[in-house]
Design a protein around this ligand. Structure first.
Ligand SMILES: [Cu+2]
Length: 194
């Protein structure tokens, strides 16, 4: 069965190469990172809502992602929302019981909106949890007309392939950090429905 294994790997690689930004959903530039590390999350927005320009990106910070700090963007108003933590954590001996739970960028003017034909990135950083596993960021993309709610999660252990509006996946790896592209959401051009 060596042959079929190699074929599968090759096919997966080809799909990954096809998943260029112009055809992508909202995805992270870096899709895997080691547990417990400082991580720079670059959310890449490849298209608007059915052709309508993007006017807002709102990211829900997943549990375990500590101290989210967004990068300001010229022309976009930045708002962070704090929430009480279910599990407080310590930083430099100080207990943190409240943390950033939502980060939103909103275009300050019509000119600042991200046209469907253009591409842009929204960035924040923070510290990853100590446990390996998938970390899902739910993202609400607002547009001049309508919005897209990137919040679908696959069943435990299943891939997000086939979901129409998958949440944004970061694969947090163990210390050995073997990255797998098989689990990354891919989005073939032919499958594009929105
Ligand atoms: Cu898409």
């Amino acid at each position: 069965m060596k042959f079929s294994f190699a074929t599968k790997k090759l096919a997966a690689g080809a799909i990954c190469m096809l998943a260029v930004p112009a055809f992508s959903h909202i995805v992270l530039e870096t899709k895997t990172a080691p547990a417990g590390s400082a991580y720079k999350a670059v959310f890449q927005v490849g298209h608007g809502c059915q052709g309508s320009a993007t006017t807002g990106i709102s990211v829900q910070i997943p549990t375990g992602f500590q101290g989210a700090k967004p990068y300001p963007k010229a022309g976009w108003a930045l708002v962070t929302k704090l929430g009480k933590l279910v599990k407080p954590y310590d930083i430099h001996g100080k207990q943190i019981s409240e943390d950033v739970t939502v980060v939103s960028w909103t275009a300050s003017s019509k000119d600042a909106a991200l046209q469907d034909a253009h591409f842009d990135e929204f960035t924040l950083r923070g510290k990853l949890p100590e446990a390996a596993g998938p970390l899902w960021f739910k993202v609400l993309q607002s547009c001049e007309s309508g919005n897209l709610d990137w919040s679908e999660l696959p069943a435990a252990g299943a891939s997000s392939k086939g979901l129409e509006f998958p949440a944004v996946l970061l694969e947090v790896t163990g210390q050995e950090g073997a990255a797998s592209m098989d689990s990354a959401p891919v989005h073939a051009p032919g499958a594009h429905q929105h």
